[in-house]
Design a protein around this ligand. Structure first.
Ligand code: DAH
Length: 323
């Protein structure tokens, strides 16, 4: 087996003209890769006489170690990024995608409708105590309805256990404790649940609404939600209110809209439960309230015809550009 004497010099010469990371890996593969002289020679060792085999193997090992050291030292001492990061300021600016994210666009459309009716927007906390997320909303400890809100607890041991809020309904409590009735409040934001598939995400967006005043009835709630949904989808819709259960409203309903002959649930609503008003020091003989909560991703999926909720957060520009 003929081992070229100048292999090391040749490698050093090739490295001296390396300008970027991809050149470096090409040269390294030429000298140490599967098809390099060294690797092919190792494969040929089996054809040699035992004596020659030992000598050739020694020589090849020595050479391979030298080459490995040369390439390792070179890689450690060069900063490819500074070598290739040359910004050509004379190039025209690339077109970039600009504008709001589809979820922000839909949230803004919801806010626009209710702000025109004098609802005030209120931003709540995403890290919340058990009191605001559950207890004050009439979900006592061990209430079975808590189970639907499988959640992320921050600290389950302390007295005031913290969690990532599971709905924006926590903002109802903050606004009722901080402001005297009448209240017309709207609250958008992120919520968190232990849930993930094509129609559920562990983090999603809701908008909560609350009205507390004298002489408020379910008819007001029904009227405003039908009008809102027709505003949102820009057309007359088939809408139904289906009796449901939430601990913080009584009566409660889920609202479905008809899409291509299927009924799809888009929001929950109801009349604020007297216990919730009491928990917030509001006279429940004098005041009534209605409340509603909607999932923005769900509305956006229907509005834009998106089938997989995860598309909204995959940062895929081709998807976002279509919207
Ligand atoms: N918080 C409920 C949920 O996340 C949605 C909801 C239902 C909000 C009824 C409300 C309401 O304000 O009245 O599933």
């Amino acid at each position: 087996m003929q081992i070229p004497k100048d292999l090391i010099e040749e490698a050093l010469r090739s490295l001296s003209s390396v300008a970027n990371e991809s050149d470096f890996f090409k040269v390294r593969s030429q000298f140490l890769g599967k098809k390099s002289f060294i690797q092919l020679s190792f494969k040929e060792l089996k054809n040699l006489d035992p004596e020659k085999k030992v000598l050739a193997a020694k020589e090849l090992n020595l050479l391979r170690n030298q080459l490995n050291n040369i390439f390792r030292d070179f890689q450690e001492n060069i900063n490819f990024n500074s070598a290739v990061d040359i910004i050509d300021t004379s190039l025209p600016v690339q077109d970039s995608v600009s504008g709001a994210h589809p979820i922000s666009k839909c949230t803004n459309k919801i806010l626009e409708y209710f702000e025109n009716l004098n609802f005030k927007t209120f931003y709540g906390n995403e890290i919340e105590t058990d009191f605001y997320n559950f207890e004050a909303l009439n979900f006592p400890k061990n209430h079975p309805a808590r189970q639907m809100h499988d959640t992320f607890y921050v600290d389950t041991q302390s007295k005031d256990s913290y969690l990532l809020r599971t709905h924006t309904s926590n903002t109802q409590i903050h606004s009722m404790l901080e402001h005297a009735a009448p209240i017309y409040m709207l609250s958008p934001g992120r919520v968190y649940r232990c849930d993930s598939d094509t129609t559920h995400l562990p983090m999603f967006t809701q908008v909560e609404g609350l009205a507390v005043d004298v002489d408020i009835s379910f008819a007001d709630l029904k009227g405003i939600l039908i009008d809102f949904l027709e505003f949102f989808f820009n057309k007359k819709m088939d809408i139904r209110f289906r009796p449901s259960y939430f601990p913080f409203t009584e009566p409660s309903a889920e609202v479905d809209i008809k899409f291509d002959s299927d009924w799809l649930e888009v929001l929950g609503c109801g009349m604020v439960h007297p216990n919730v008003l009491k928990n917030c020091n509001i006279d429940h003989h004098k005041f009534q309230g209605y409340a509603f909560g909607m999932g923005v991703e769900r509305l956006a999926m229907l509005y834009y015809g998106v089938k997989d909720i995860r598309d909204f957060y995959s940062s895929n520009l081709e998807f976002l550009e279509q919207i």
